[in-house]
Write a protein that binds this ligand. Structure first.
Ligand code: URA
Length: 187
């Protein structure tokens, strides 16, 4: 499963989260982005707190929460060596990201996790990186889509304090605010 949707499918998605690539012990094993790896723990706790998913998740549980108006995908489709995808791989995979975005007629907000995801998303939306540079908690707009950028919620970033749960929470607070009144959306 390259993209994980809410029960009503792509047409119900107002918020898309773009990660980096399937985690070796996570999506690569479970088939679902951010399920089964530690990067997913903070993400799912944060989604639940903001009403974007229904129950939180133990890092190695096979269960998964139900997404609410939210979908999760990755910028790159295969697990890259040392988790560092090369430019060619990122560019090749962008057509899948474009196709994913195009399946979501109600999409309003994208949260990007890390610079690679940010840059690939900006390009997928036809923007220029120079006009929309990556910065944690930056907000920008391309067409009708609002893009909020975050450091990746990787175990490394969390353990080194580069990304704290509070910093991550702030990004999702902004995302929910950008969805507008009546949100969090229904499934
Ligand atoms: N798992 C994913 O699916 N994506 C990431 O970016 C990290 C872990």
């Amino acid at each position: 499963m390259e993209t994980w949707y809410p029960p009503a499918g792509p047409s119900a998605v107002e918020l898309l989260i773009v990660g980096l690539a399937p985690g070796l012990r996570g999506a690569n094993r479970t088939g679902i982005p951010f399920i089964g790896d530690e990067s997913g723990t903070l993400l799912h706790q944060t989604l639940a707190r903001h009403g974007l998913a229904r129950q939180s998740l133990q890092s190695d549980s096979a269960d998964r929460p139900t997404l609410n108006g939210t979908a999760i995908t990755n910028a790159v489709r295969c697990v890259p060596p040392e988790n560092k995808p090369v430019g060619a791989e990122i560019n090749t995979c962008r057509k899948f990201l474009v196709a994913t975005i195009n399946r979501m007629p109600e999409l309003k907000v994208i949260v990007t996790l890390g610079k690679i995801s940010h840059d690939s998303t900006i390009r997928a939306l036809g923007g220029k990186i120079a006009h929309h540079p990556f910065r944690h908690a930056a907000e920008t707009e391309i067409g009708s889509i609002r893009i909020l950028s975050s450091y990746h919620c990787s175990r490394y970033n969390i353990n080194t304090g580069r990304l704290t749960p509070q910093m991550f929470d702030t990004v999702f607070q902004k995302a929910v605010r950008s969805l507008g009144p009546g949100s969090a959306p229904s499934t």
